[in-house]
Design a protein around this ligand. Sequence first.
Ligand SMILES: Cc1cc2nc3c(=O)[nH]c(=O)nc-3n(C[C@H](O)[C@H](O)[C@H](O)COP(=O)(O)OP(=O)(O)OC[C@H]3O[C@@H](n4cnc5c(N)ncnc54)[C@H](O)[C@@H]3O)c2cc1C
Length: 499
Amino acid sequence: MTAPNAWRCNVCGYVHRGDAPPECCPVCGVGPAEFAEHVEKAEAAVKPAVRRWRCTVCGYEHDGDRPPESCPLCAAGPDQFEAAEEVQAARGGTAGRIVIVGGGVAGVAAAEAARRTSPDATLVLLAREQRIPYYRINLTRYLAGDVKREELPIHPKNWYAEQRIDLRLRAEAARIDLEKRRVELHEGDPVPFDRLVLACGAHAFVPPIAGADKTGVFTLRTDGDADRILEAARGGRRIVCVGGGLLGLETAGALARRGGDVTVLETYGHLMPAQLTPRAGRILADHLQRIGVKLRPAVHVKEIVGGASVAGVLLEEGDTVPAEAVVLATGVRSNTHLARQAGLTVQKGVVVDHLLRTSQPDVFAAGDAAEHLGVLYGNWYVAQFQGGIAGMNAAGGRVEFGGIPRSHTLKVLGLDTCSIGQFLPPDGSYRAYECEADGRYFNFVFRDGRLVGANLLGSTALASAVKKAIESKTDFSGLLAQHPTALQIAEQFQVRLSA
Ligand SMILES: Cc1cc2nc3c(=O)[nH]c(=O)nc-3n(C[C@H](O)[C@H](O)[C@H](O)COP(=O)(O)OP(=O)(O)OC[C@H]3O[C@@H](n4cnc5c(N)ncnc54)[C@H](O)[C@@H]3O)c2cc1C
């Protein structure tokens, strides 16, 4: 009998490698009793092929023998990259016709992985947008003027031809006919497939606010949206960003850099509540104001007022924030209509199993469109990772997606932030250690002597050491018995990092 070398969380599917299950699932927080033995199958056709590096600042993944000179997303240097788990790529996969719907990062990663897996497969990438696939994640840097339009594409145009990927721009899938195994387009002939990958991403969610249809109200999802916002924000106009999450803040910071008079409206009492403690949120708010953005926390939008064009945002609290442009950064929703119409199982996203198969085994889904064990990640790095797995599996590989630990390492308005695991103590059995020092903020949360979560601000240099300590259930009882400060705990991680 094969000994277990991994444990799968029954709740969220996270796969933990080691002799014993983890104390606490880093994805959904359940205890070891919820983990079942998981024997990882050594697939004959599957072998390691690519060395992969992950940027510890923004999560960008780079394939190659060494990390890149500079991260194309956040400009971090090679020392900020850590070796990521090797990508398992199958070789000599199934030949056949693989059609991928969606030219975002998940679709491109799927095409790339399918080509690596199956040199003989016919690959068609259907992309609704006009321009070749680009770094959507960089649109706020484009808004700020830090990235030029010509720097946005993920790959140059000729790369697709070199990889024998038939990239069709302005090709919008209208319907999937599972019986005839073909994708019908809004314009043009149907596209037949043997295997299909749905990588249709997500769209910006517009809440039901009166006046949201006025001229001057925008969302930011595509490069076209970014151009329209830039046009509307010219000449120091007053702009309101609704939503104090990552997208709202980055958009606000970018437009302030362009000379806009920008106000952020946030419903919660502090910024980025899903990623930051209240104290970290306040530090970020101070930073926001230092770069010239006004913040209105704990307010609720009642109506966008004006004539045909926006004149301001009326708050439930009674006052109106004047504005010539409003950007709604109020979340996203998965693009599920194609899957729904085809009769595939859809909840909030297109439901997939560990192989990223939908309820129809020849149809895969990845990225913002996909829902894996109830989780919609909505994150660039996961979309790229899932896209790669879906592409390999569509081409005949058999690689599992086991969930990703709940950690966000982001650069928000130039400030490095990182949240990992249970960074807010849910009850008295947890103990938090928090401090600010030299422009940095540390928050470490322990339970029963083990680190279960952390929040870092100002520097994320310790992020990989912290992640490792959580995943390996390192026992800190000895250190905690000495009643350390948060700074002393941070120094311990610094020592581990340099060791
Ligand atoms: C401005 C901005 C900043 C962001 N910043 C970050 C960040 O800092 N960190 C982070 O992790 N994430 C960030 N994100 C989120 C990240 O970009 C997404 O998680 C990621 O792009 C998802 O990739 P995807 O390929 O699944 O979907 P998408 O990028 O949405 O791509 C899907 C593509 O499919 C196309 N499509 C849809 N329907 C059809 C159809 N019927 N036929 C053909 N094509 C179709 C769409 O037009 C689109 O091009 C940001 C997003 C935005 C908009």
